[in-house]
Write a protein that binds this ligand. Structure first.
Ligand code: AMP
Ligand code: ZN
Ligand code: FE
Ligand code: FE
Length: 281
């Protein structure tokens, strides 16, 4: 059997390991292909592609956008976007500076709570392009304010915790349009992590093409429900571990969630058809 893990983070965003180190681990996990899906950046892909050649591991170029719809944070994965697409590049640049500003505000809030953290200390944790809450969480742990990332999120920086700052408005429909405009395939990430998923048909109408049916935080019931939904509506099915590095993120190891190579073949077919029809198909 040949397996694919469609959802992996590197140090280009908030993963602990460089793209090369992630690919070394993919080889150990005997994966045939991995999706590099860093938050709001595609900067990790070229390094992974180079490392992938060493082991004959295929790299699926991806990105994971954090968006907001009403009170929900919804993540949209985009596969096979053209990296030279100007609106995509502009969006990535805007999100990068938004992340920067937001982190300044979060560090301010942390200090107002009486914890001594500087923006430079957080920056020192960032190896790649996208600064995020896990970087701040690592500083909080290093300075002894929290025992682990989970505690940092629960007490300080998780959704609605005292030092949480919302990202600037970016809707899932905008993300879908940007991905489609760049010739990419938009996929709804980890549906098991949202409250009420009453927005699916709205996103499908907007151009959503797939669902991450398999994910560490999708229960078996959730996976079953979305597997059926995807088949019924002709949507693509993906699955992955959302690996961020050991003891980081969802606490999964690379390849903990993996699916058969045939799902990648289907995704590539749709991606090719989409590009042929200029994103309108
Ligand atoms: P941000 O992109 O700055 O909004 O941060 C979101 C990222 O934080 C997620 O993609 C996860 O990697 C991480 N994260 C979210 N919640 C937790 C948690 N409870 N424990 C550890 N990491 C988390
Ligand atoms: Zn993350
Ligand atoms: Fe996510
Ligand atoms: Fe992710």
């Amino acid at each position: 059997m040949r397996f694919v893990d469609f959802h992996v983070h590197t140090s280009a965003s908030d993963g602990s390991f460089s793209p090369g180190e992630v690919v070394d681990r993919a080889a150990k996990a005997k994966l045939t292909a991995i999706g590099i899906t860093d938050h709001d950046t595609m900067a990790g892909i070229s390094g992974a592609v180079i490392a992938g050649r060493k082991y004959n591991i295929e790299i699926i170029p991806g990105i994971e956008f954090s968006t907001h719809l009403k009170y929900e944070e919804i993540h949209i994965l985009g596969y096979y976007c053209r990296p030279d697409n100007v609106p995509l590049i502009k969006t990535i640049n805007r999100l990068k500076s938004d992340r920067h500003e937001r982190m300044e505000k979060m560090v301010d809030k942390i200090n107002k709570l009486g914890l001594r953290v500087t923006f430079d200390e957080v920056l020192a944790e960032v190896k790649g392009k996208a600064i995020g809450r896990p970087h701040l969480a690592r500083v909080l742990c290093k300075k002894g304010y929290c025992k682990d990332l989970g505690e940092a999120f629960a007490r300080y920086i998780g959704f609605n915790a005292p030092a949480y700052v919302k990202r600037k408005e970016f809707t899932p429909v905008e993300a879908i349009e940007i991905i489609r405009g760049a010739g990419g395939v938009p996929v709804l990430a980890h549906p098991g992590t949202y409250g009420k998923v009453d927005f699916l048909s709205y996103l499908v109408e907007a151009g959503l093409m797939g669902i991450e049916v398999f994910h560490p935080r999708n229960s078996i019931q959730v996976s079953r429900r979305y597997f059926r939904y995807a088949l019924k509506c002709g949507l693509l099915i993906t699955g992955g571990s959302d690996y961020h590095g050991d003891k980081n993120g969802h606490g999964t190891r690379l390849g903990d969630v993996k699916i058969d190579l045939s799902f990648l073949k289907r995704l590539k077919q749709r991606s090719r058809a989409l590009k042929k029809h200029g994103g309108r198909f």
